[in-house]
Design a protein around this ligand. Structure first.
Ligand code: PGA
Length: 249
């Protein structure tokens, strides 16, 4: 997996064939020398995965899916897509454990099975963790994160294909972000939890939750993270480019 600074675009349930055109400016940017040290990863809805793989072929951009089924190959699972299917399409990444899916009933156990499946298919996993507002208010954030990490990664031995995405649920789509001081403190705690389970292994961790072209000037100062998972602001190429440029310049 890459060691570059990550800019992962999570398009959620947005986007159609028309919106594909708008990524041209991002593919152009990715090919410039100046941006050689970053990695842009687009995670569009399933319906556009193939189009994105084709469209980004001559660029430095990689593509990922937003979820997968736990069954690795094929099976009678209406509406689902397996990690092998995603891999065969040419995608290299998959988001697993996003809070919007956890909210819909995805459990730590489901997530664990999906992560096993993704790794067996040789996909890199963007593993989302984060506390909700209730948990934050009740000061159980660290326990929640620990449970998500330990259960989600049960029987996983190596984390070289895992990117931890810390996304406080209350921060997603709300414009609310922790201060850098609070965020650094939380990232250090998460790294400690991971280190306890995966001794001496390299940890890759990114931040997600209302990252935009305004707060990036502040967020980019955090050296403890390896990049960003960006939802709303990544669906607009101008804003997405702005975020990347402001981080690099
Ligand atoms: P947001 O979403 O940037 O719109 O807050 C982030 C995410 O859900 O991954």
């Amino acid at each position: 997996m890459t060691n570059k600074l990550l800019f992962i675009a999570n398009w959620k349930m947005f986007g159609d064939l028309k919106s594909l055109k708008s990524i041209k400016s991002v593919t152009n940017l990715s090919n410039k020398n100046k941006y050689k040290n970053i990695k842009i990863i687009y995670c569009p809805p399933y319906t556009l995965l193939n189009n994105f793989v084709i469209k980004t072929r001559n660029s430095n951009i990689d593509v990922g899916a937003q979820n997968c089924h736990h069954e690795i190959n094929t099976g009678p699972y209406t509406g689902s897509i397996s990690s092998t299917m995603i891999k065969k399409l040419g995608a290299k990444y998959v988001i697993i454990g996003h809070s919007e899916n956890r909210f819909d009933g995805e459990t730590n156990n489901n997530i664990n099975k999906k992560i096993h499946s993704a790794i067996s298919s040789n996909l890199n996993v963007i593993f989302c963790i984060g506390e909700n507002l209730f948990q934050k208010r009740n000061k159980i954030t660290n326990n929640v994160l620990k449970k998500q990490i330990y259960s989600g990664l049960k029987k996983i031995k190596k984390i070289d294909k895992i990117i931890f995405a810390y996304e406080p649920v209350w921060s997603i789509g709300t414009g609310k972000v922790l201060t850098n001081k609070e965020l650094i403190k939380q990232i250090i705690i998460i790294k400690k939890i991971i280190k306890n389970k995966f001794k001496n292994q390299k940890i890759k961790i990114i931040y997600g939750g209302s990252v935009n072209n305004q707060n990036i000037d502040i967020l980019k100062q955090i050296k403890e993270i390896n990049g960003f998972l960006i939802g709303g602001a990544s669906q607009n190429s101008k804003k997405f480019i702005d975020i990347i440029k402001k981080t690099i310049n």
